[in-house]
Structures are given as C-alpha cells and as structure tokens.
Design a protein around this ligand. Structure first.
Ligand code: NAD
Length: 737
C-alpha cells in the first residue's frame, strides 16, 4: 500500500519503519489526511503477520510541529456553522472531532505490537502526544531538538492523551509545571523526567529504536498493566497532599484565572489520576471540547497560532518584489538600540557595520554583542566557535564609506529631527540607489523624516522594541511615499532576524506606543483619583497584563514620558495632554528626580540587589488616598483593557492599522495585551461590539471622554458587525467608516 505522507518499509528483522515525510511541506503537521493515513498504517501493520514491531520517524529536519493551521481553522468554521444551526449537535460533533486523535493514539498503544517513536528533531504538541502513546521513545541528541506540549500558549491544552500519559510517566508536579507553562524540554530533561527512554547520537537513532523492539519491548503501556502506580503516587499520598491544595492557588497567582486551558490541565490530571485510563481519556476529551468552545481558545488560536504564522510568512509582503538578499546591513548609531540591532542582525548570519560618531562609541556598541555572546556561550546556547563567528560579522567603525555596498541601512541615532536629517544626508551620499533606508524612530513621523531623503520611496520605518534580542515584534511603518521595494525589504529583514512584523501607516506613536501611552495614562488617572498604587498594579496584572503600568513606565523612563508629553503639547497644542498628567510627571522629574529604573527611583524604589523593587511609599502623599474597599477592582481591570482597545479602534478608524491580525498580534507581542483575549480587537469582537460600546459608554460617564466609543464602533454595533468581519483579512481589507 502507498501513502502520500508516509513511507513504510519492512526489513528482514520484521520491523516496519514508518517515515513521516509530507510532500510540499517543510515540516510535518497533523491534518485530517495524515490521521486517515496513520489509521490505515496501523491497520496494515496489525494485519501483516510478518511485521513484529514498528519504528516511527520523520524524514524532515524536525520531527513534527503538531497540528496544522488549516485543520484548526476548518474545525472552528465547522463549529461556528454547526452552532448557528443547532448548538447541541454542534457540541456533540466537536466532541467527536476533538477525540479523533485521542482514540487513534490509544489504538496504537493497544494494537498488540510494539511501536517506538524515533524522534529525530523538534517534536511538538500532537506529535509528542503520539510519541507518548508509543511503547518506547528514543530521541536524537542535538542542541536544536526540543520536546514540548505548548498548547496552553494558544489557549488549549494537550487533549490527545497528553495530560494522562505525562502524569503517569513523571510526577504530577513536574507534569503540571511542564503542561501549564508549555515549556520546551531538551532531550536530556525529557529523559530525566521519564518521558523518553533513550537519548542517542542522531546516526544511531533508528537502530536504537529497532534494538528496543529486538530486546523484547512489551507492547503494553505501563498503565495498562495490573498494579500500575503513578510515579508521584496518585492523589491520595502525603506528597500529593503537599501539591494539590496549593496547585490551584499557584495557578491562580500565575494566570489570575484568565486561562481556561491551564485550569483544565489541573482538572484533567487530578481527576484522571483517580480513574482507569480509558475513562481518564474520556474526561480529558470532555474538558478539551469544553475549552475548544471558549472565546479564549478561539481568539488565542487565531492570533497566537494562525495570524502570527501568517504575518511571519509575509502576509503583508507586496507580491512581485524579488526576495531581498542581505550581504551587508548598516546600523548607524551604536547606542542602546543600535548596538542590539547589530547583534540580532549578526545572529541571523548577516555581516553588519555598526557606525557611531567615533571609533570609541562604535566599539562600545560592539561590546554589547560581545556581552550577549559571552552569556550565550556560558549557557551553552552557542558554541565558542559560533560565538566567534557571530562577533566577526560585526564591524564597528565611524566610517560612513563602509556603507557603500549595504543593502539596508538602519538608523538609530538620537531622537532629534536635526541629527536624523544630517545622518540621512550623510548616508545617502555614499549608498547606492538600490539601498533601502530604515529609521528606528519611536515618535517622529516617517513621512516627515523622509522629506530629508532624496528617495523617499526607499525610506521606511522599522521600529524595534527593547530589549531587541528578546522582543518578538517589529513595527514596520509606511511613510506617505514608501514604495513596495522598501516595504518588502523591511519585511524580508524582519523575517531573517526571526521576528514578527506588523505593517502600519504613519502616525504619531505609530500603533504600539499609542496604545502603551493609553495604558500608562489610565494609571495616572487612577493615581489622581486616589486609588492605591498597589491596587493599580495588581488590577492590571489581574486583567492579564504582564507588567503593571507604573512598573512599565519606570522601565521606559518617566523622563521619556515627560519629553514625549512636552513634544505633544508643542506640536499639537495644550489639550493634547491632560494637565494632571503633566503635573504628576513634572513633579516626579523636576522636583523629585524620580526617573524610573535607570536612576534607581521612579514609581518604585530600586534598592541594590538582591533586595527587590517596591512601590515608592511617597506616592501615597501625592494624592488623598481612597480606601481599598472604595475601589472596584473589576472596574479598574475593565478600564485598562477598554482604554487600550479603544485606542486600537481609533487606529483602525484612522487607517493606521488596516488588518485586524496586526492589531491583535502587535498588541500581544508589543506590550503583552492580555493574551487570553487574543489581542485588542479580538477583545472587542470576543465580547461583541455592541457590548463593548455599552461598556465604553458606561466608563465614559464616570471616568471621562476618552472612553467615549468612536463613530466606527457605534456604526459597527448598530450593524452587528465584528472587526474580523468588516475588515476581513482574507478578502479585501475593508474601509473605515
Ligand atoms: P542612544 O542615545 O542610546 O543612542 C544613540 C546613539 O546614536 C549614540 O550612541 C550616539 O553617539 C549616536 N549618534 C548620535 N548622532 C550620531 C551621528 N551623527 N552619527 C552616528 N551616530 C550618532 O539612543 P537609543 O535609545 O538607542 O535610541 C536611538 C533611536 O531609537 C531613537 O530614534 C529612539 O527614539 C529609537 N528607539 C528607542 C527605543 C528605546 O527603548 N530606547 C525603542 C525604540 C526606538
């Protein structure tokens, strides 16, 4: 029998080698067709008496990435359509679809012949669950090999037996830790946890897997044997008494109860460990169905799985522009940002010249790469040779002539129009006509800066976030005259350095910073109302924000906020900044010299390590304080999310953001907007535009005009529309009202 996605070869030893190798795909993924074929393969190997056992492996460099995007999208469309017709039948159908993998893997586990998974490379999600259902697991020893059940990160959980098998192979605490965080495991860690049997050199992989069968591997899972005991000892032991009462509290501390997928893992493991295996699988299947039906799962899968991959693969790249080659990139300004931009460029294997005003300043910039490389080498992420190679790609110099053969030049000099103008002219004097010029400005409109350029169509904004080596987002900004080649080059570069791009039109603060300012401004309002600072910070975290607004303001520097607010007043007039906000920030900087983390004092105090930062007690004296009982934490939570979501809706209305996927992905990757919502626009769509408008109106009556819903929102509410419907990214991008 032949298969499209697999080959099967049976040797004289009676061991069938099944190799997963999907045509036209760089990575193996689970599709309906793959499951059909796997089922047929199982039948074939069971029926063929000559086959004594099966080794299952992959021909790709990785083992498998897990589920396929289109299959998941198809499942949600099916669910939506079926729910519209008959919600009860839809739920039943979803239950059946959700159980397909579960029972296929269980059939492999109980087929009567031994199966060994030979994991040759990274193995994620469903593929790891399949491997766990095999009777043996051998993993290739390699730095790039990672094993993970990362489903919780996209709002679901390992629902194909993962919660049951992991918690029967390792202790419950390690199982919960692994699955509720979705962390990646090295082969060694997986072995130490008992999740795999052997870690071998890659060339030995298939032989080692075959040897397990030849050595008499039993085709029975440990939990199917009489007398099986879970390694942690079940849920009625003294050890479990330490774990289980604390586990929900720990989860609540980490997730504020916002993630149904994470909570379901706890329930599955706790309940499952008390049940026979098949019943436990059914319990998992029920929770999985329930979680799949939540708004959180729908929105997180859409933004953090589907949209993120689509944007990463160039969803917004103009067609017809040849792929850019980067033989050399120039970075001008070797300061805080430029130095790190040079590092990520070299880390992507691209030679980079790092220019500053003199050799000393340029060398200081390269020292940042040296420090980051040393850290990576000491942690084993890079070998010494790889580190040296990376550093050899960074050339620090004050000489602009070295840019003469650069494909792309990124400027990261002072945030000053005149300094930038001089740099643009100096660079354009040496670069060829084909070179693209990108500015990393955080506040200056790109169209204005491009007026200093002789070729504004080659000029684009590429806005990085700090710390550059960690932040996954890059905002690409189109000036009025930015051409397709500049956009394509910027997107190709962002892809090369493995970040996710969003493309936005030109505006003050672009997309991300406009939203971030709203977040911080709301905290200023709350402070002025007398809300205790600790409540402000905690409410934000309970709403799902990773960092409280006051803490965030300290990180970006309070004096930077002052600078930006003053610039807004100068450019847009006194009404552009609330007087109470300006007064607060002026007092912090001009009177109290509290600039943030950088001078050890801001909204927080930063004592010398190992002491931890703590809120500055003097904040209490700035405004008459309310009692905690006078403040409704739920309203604080709503205010943070609504003010940011409203700002996003304004950027859509103004034509700054044109694709809802970019607002959602940008808001999560750029400033951590409550990931369980799926991002700012999914937050609105998730509750329904009408409900959002009602909520915003209510908040505007109590907390100010900035909560008033915009005309676009009112129009959408009246028509019963959603952002993903009206601005459907898969048809033509819709027009604002
Ligand atoms: P920085 O002060 O740390 O670095 C600026 C560097 O530019 C300095 O090393 C300076 O010597 C150099 N420089 C100044 N004039 C120059 C010239 N004529 N030729 C060559 N080099 C020159 O500033 P930064 O924080 O790295 O910010 C740089 C740019 O990045 C700004 O436009 C800023 O708005 C933007 N940005 C900053 C952040 C952030 O978090 N700091 C985030 C995103 C974007």
């Amino acid at each position: 029998m032949t298969y499209k996605n697999f080959t099967i070869e049976t040797g004289a030893d009676g061991i069938a080698l099944i190799t997963w190798d999907m045509p036209d795909k760089s990575m193996n993924v689970f599709t309906v067709e793959v499951m059909d074929e796997l089922e047929a393969l199982l039948k074939q190997t069971v029926e063929d008496a000559a086959i004594k056992g099966v080794v299952f492996t992959s021909a790709k460099s990785s083992f498998s990435g897990g589920a396929d995007l289109t299959m998941i999208r198809g499942m949600f469309s099916m669910l939506q359509e079926a729910t519209a017709k008959d919600p009860e039948t839809a739920k039943q159908k979803l239950f059946e679809v959700a159980g397909r993998m579960t029972w296929l893997f269980r059939a492999i586990e109980t087929n009567g012949k031994p199966w060994v998974s030979a994991i040759n490379g990274t193995c994620m999600g469903g593929a790891f669950e399949l491997s766990l259902a095999c009777h043996g697991r051998v993993v290739a020893n390699g730095k790039s090999v990672k094993l993970a059940l990362p489903e919780v990160k996209v709002g679901i959980f390992p629902g194909a037996g993962g919660t049951q098998r992991v918690s029967r192979l390792t202790d419950a605490q390690s199982a919960l830790q692994m699955m509720t965080t979705g962390q990646s495991l090295t082969p060694q860690r997986a072995k130490a946890m008992g999740l795999v049997d052997q870690v071998v050199e890659p060339a030995e992989l298939v032989n080692a897997a075959k040897q397990m069968i030849k050595d008499g591997l039993k085709p029975v899972a440990p939990w199917d044997e009489k007398g099986f005991k879970a390694p942690g000892g079940g849920v009625w032991t003294p050890a479990a008494a330490q774990l289980w009462p604390a586990a929900p509290a720990i989860l609540r501390r980490e997730t504020a109860g916002n993630y149904p997928g994470a909570l379901a893992i706890l329930k599955c493991v706790y309940e499952g460990l008390q049940l026979p295996f098949d019943t436990a699988l059914k319990v998992e299947q029920r929770y999985f169905t329930q979680v799949l039906g939540t708004t959180e799962a729908f929105s997180m899968i859409r933004s953090l799985f589907i949209s993120m991959q689509e944007l990463g693969k160039g969803a917004r790249r103009p067609a017809g522009v040849p792929k850019s080659e980067f033989k050399k990139v120039g970075v001008v300004g070797a300061g805080f940002m430029g130095a790190s931009i040079a590092y990520v460029t070299a880390a992507a294997g691209i030679p980079v010249v790092l220019i500053d005003r003199d050799q000393e300043a340029a060398d200081k910039g390269k020292a940042v790469s040296e420090k980051l490389v040393a850290e990576s080498v000491s942690k084993g992420r890079l070998t010494k040779e790889e580190g040296e190679k990376l550093l050899s790609l960074v050339t620090p110099t004050p000489d602009y002539a070295t840019l003469s053969d650069a494909d792309l030049v990124i400027e990261a000099v002072f945030e000053d129009r005149n300094v930038k103008k001089a740099v643009i002219e100096q660079v354009e004097a040496v670069i060829p006509a084909t070179t693209i010029f990108a500015s990393n400005t955080s506040t200056l409109p790109i169209s204005g800066l491009a007026e200093n350029s002789k070729r504004p169509e080659q000029f684009v904004g590429v806005h990085f976030f700090s710390p550059v080596e960690k932040m996954m987002l890059t905002e690409v900004i189109l000036g009025e005259k930015t051409g397709d080649k500049a956009l394509a080059t910027a997107l190709d570069f962002v892809a090369k350095i493995k970040k996710t791009p969003i493309v936005v039109n030109d505006t003050r603060g672009f997309f991300v910073n406009r939203c971030v300012f709203r977040y911080i401004n709301e905290a200023y309002d709350m402070l002025a109302e007398g809300v205790p600072a600790a409540m402000i910070e905690n409410a934000a975290k309970m709403a799902g924000m990773p960092v409280g607004p006051l803490s965030l303001n300290d990180e970006v520097a309070v004096d930077l906020s002052q600078k930006i607010m003053k610039a807004s007043i100068a450019d847009l007039g006194p009404n552009s900044v609330k007087p109470e906000h300006m007064a607060l920030v002026d007092q912090l900087i001009d009177v109290l010299d509290r600039r943030g983390r950088k001078n050890g004092r801001g909204f927080y105090d930063y004592p010398a390590k190992p002491a931890k930062k703590s809120l500055w007690p003097g904040l209490k004296d700035l405004y008459p304080q309310k009692k905690a009982s006078e403040v409704d934490v739920n309203v604080l939570k709503q205010r943070f999310l609504v003010t940011i979501a409203l700002e996003t809706a304004r950027t859509v209305e103004e034509g700054i953001v044109t694709d809802p996927r970019e607002a959602d992905v940008g808001s999560i990757l750029g400033f951590g907007f409550a990931p369980y919502t799926g991002g700012t626009l999914s937050y609105i769509d998730g509750m329904g535009v009408k409900a959002f408008v009602t909520l915003a109106e209510k908040l505007s009556r109590e907390y100010g005009d900035h909560f008033a819903p915009t005309s676009l929102l009112k129009d959408m509410a009246a028509k019963g529309e959603t952002f993903y419907g009206r601005f459907d990214p898969y048809t033509k991008v819709g027009a604002a009202a």
